[in-house]
Design a protein around this ligand. Sequence first.
Ligand code: PMV
Length: 335
Amino acid sequence: MLTKSEFAARILNGHTPSIKEKATAFAPANIALVKYWGKRDSKLNLPVTDSLSIDLGNLGTETTIEHSPDGQDTVILNGNKLAQDDPFAVKVINFVDLFRSALNQTAINRPALTITTTNNIPTGAGVASSASGFAALTKALDQFFGLALAGRELSLLANLGSGSASRSIFKGFVFRHAGTESDGMDSYSEPLPCTWPELKIGLITVSAKAKRVSSRDGMERTVATSPLYKTWPDKVKEDMAKMLAAIKSKDFELLGATAESNALAMHECMRAATPPLNYFEPETEAIISKVQKLRQEGLSIYLTIDAGPNVKLLYLNKDEEKVKTEFPDMRVVNR
Ligand code: PMV
């Protein structure tokens, strides 16, 4: 089994860097319609199952990398210069070091860098910024070092930051392969050749607080203790087949029903862990009931929920006004 450094070196070693003055890249946030929950290798963030997501358009992260004038690595997050020992800054610098170390082997000096990263995801929108953050950082590093890596390589590297970041390298519908190789080189993402402009996403924020249990810890607890986790990989397989068929034939009912069922099954799996992992707030439950009631009344609306209390609605453009009336606090994602 490889370490993160060995994994990055394997991808980067064959490439000759040509360092730029400055590079800027954007990556969109994404939501999974078929979720990733559980790692087959926790060091390399390799997932147990495939997953499938859709990007959140212009909501995401922009990251700039440039030389530091004072010779010190600096991380600026949303306009604030972070302390050297700030946990976010440490994570970013460790990630940058994967590139610097691997590329040093092909003899470049180790430049001190300033990394400026800005999330335009509205504060409290209930959308994780780690996916777009690590994807934007990977793309910016690729440009800064003049590597011109392929999308597949970028997705493999972004995954070292966070599993869902692998999918944020691309726009549109993105398929993440779990892969089976122990070195993880077949665990990459790729975009699906399909667009669906009528499909809309709405974000409802129930709570803007940071989640109580991180995805990493939550996944570990679920895999180790939830009796329902045994059936999760089969559930993903079934849902993935349905999701791919739904996207191909633009069957919104099948897409929505599959995404909702997959998300609720993931949360059931978590709640069966010891101690139970419950990311929902009472308001989350109320929204789930409301969506299901509206559906019984004939409105074509579905939901998905990640590792937190916030709800993402799925509907078609033709129903947008009705959905907005029912959920006035919803933020529409422009894709
Ligand atoms: O990439 P992570 O470690 O933040 O985990 C993502 C987990 C979910 O958002 C719940 C599911 C997914 O596939 O994005």
